[in-house]
Design a protein around this ligand. Structure first.
Ligand SMILES: [Zn+2]
Length: 279
C-alpha cells in the first residue's frame, strides 16, 4: 500500500515539476498562465497530450520538438525529476514521523506529504529562477510571504483554539510572533550583508527569500538553513569558479543555496539541533 503511495507521490511531483517549468517560462516571457496553452518556444506549435507527460514525453520525443525538431532543454526532465524526488522525500519524512494503523492514517500521511512537497517545490522554483535569471521574482515571493503569514496565523489559531485565553501560547517558542521575529531578523542580517558588500554578494531577492524562510522554519532552523546555505554557497561558488576558470565577477545565485538550505533544514534541522545540544 505504502509503495503505491510513494509511486503516486513521485508522479504527482513530476507533474508539479512540469508546471514549474511552464511557470518559469511564462513568468519570464510574460505569457498568460490561464488562457494560453503550452507551445514550442521556437515554432510556437501548440503542444499535444503526448508532449506534456512529465519525464516520459522527453524520452518519447527524444528531447526534440515533434513539430520543428528543435532540441528541448534538459531543464525540463531535470526539474520534473527533482520535483518527483522532493515529493518522495516528503513522503519519507512524514512516514518516518508517524505510525500507520489505518487507511485514514495513510490519507493523513499523503495530505501532509503533498503540502510539504508543494512547499519544497516552491523553493525548487526559486532555485531554478535564480540560477537562470539571477533574480527572485517579486510576483511570486511577495504573495507567498503573505500566504505564509496567514498560514502561521491559522496554525496558531488551530493550535490554541481559544485565542483570547492563551496569550502565552501565542508568544511561546513555536508561535507566529517568533516566526515573524526570526523572519525580520534574518532579513535584516541579509540587509547588513548587502550594505557591507555594497550589493555584490546578495540582493533584495535574497532578503525576501530569507524573510519567507523565517516564517516557514522558525528561528532555530532558519539559523541552520542560512549556515548550510553559506557553506554550500562557498563550496558551490568555488566549484562554479573552477568550472568557469575564474572567480572574479562571477554572479553566484545565492537563492539556489538558500533554497537548498531551507529543504535540508526542514528535513534535518531538528535532529541536528538535538545533536548539537548533546555535544
Ligand atoms: Zn517546435
Amino acid at each position: 500500500m505504502i509503495i503505491i503511495l510513494y509511486i503516486f507521490l513521485f508522479l504527482f511531483g513530476t507533474a508539479i515539476g512540469s508546471f514549474i517549468n511552464a511557470f518559469e517560462y511564462r513568468l519570464r516571457n510574460k505569457i498568460n498562465f490561464v488562457t494560453k496553452r503550452s507551445a514550442c518556444p521556437k515554432c510556437k506549435h501548440e503542444l499535444g497530450v503526448l508532449d506534456l507527460i512529465p519525464l516520459l514525453s522527453f524520452v518519447l520525443i527524444r528531447g526534440k520538438c515533434r513539430y520543428c525538431g528543435t532540441k528541448v532543454s534538459y531543464q525540463y526532465p531535470i526539474v520534473e525529476f527533482l520535483a518527483g524526488m522532493l515529493f518522495l522525500i516528503s513522503g519519507w519524512y512524514v512516514s518516518s514521523r508517524m505510525h500507520i494503523y489505518s487507511v485514514s492514517d495513510l490519507f493523513y500521511l499523503f495530505s501532509i506529504a503533498i503540502l510539504i512537497g508543494l512547499m519544497f517545490s516552491l523553493f525548487l522554483f526559486f532555485a531554478l529562477y535564480d540560477v537562470k535569471h539571477k533574480i527572485i521574482p517579486n510576483k511570486v515571493v511577495i504573495p507567498v510571504i503573505i500566504i505564509a503569514i496567514i498560514s502561521n496565523m491559522i496554525v496558531a489559531a488551530v493550535m490554541h483554539l481559544n485565542l483570547f485565553s492563551s496569550v502565552w501560547l501565542i508568544i511561546g517558542e513555536f508561535s507566529i510572533l517568533w516566526n515573524i521575529l526570526s523572519a525580520i531578523l534574518g532579513a535584516l542580517f541579509i540587509a547588513a550583508i548587502i550594505i557591507v558588500t555594497k550589493g555584490k554578494g546578495m540582493g533584495g531577492g535574497d532578503m525576501k527569500l530569507v524573510f519567507l524562510m523565517g516564517l516557514i522554519l522558525g528561528w532555530k532552523n532558519l539559523i541552520f538553513a542560512m549556515y548550510a546555505a553559506v557553506i554550500l554557497g562557498s563550496v558551490g561558488g568555488l566549484m562554479w569558479g573552477a568550472f568557469a576558470g575564474r572567480i572574479k565577477g562571477l554572479k553566484i545565485p545565492f537563492g539556489l543555496f538558500l533554497s537548498l538550505g531551507t529543504i535540508i533544514a526542514f528535513l534535518f534541522g531538528e535532529d541536528v539541533w538535538e545533536w548539537f545540544w548533546i555535544i
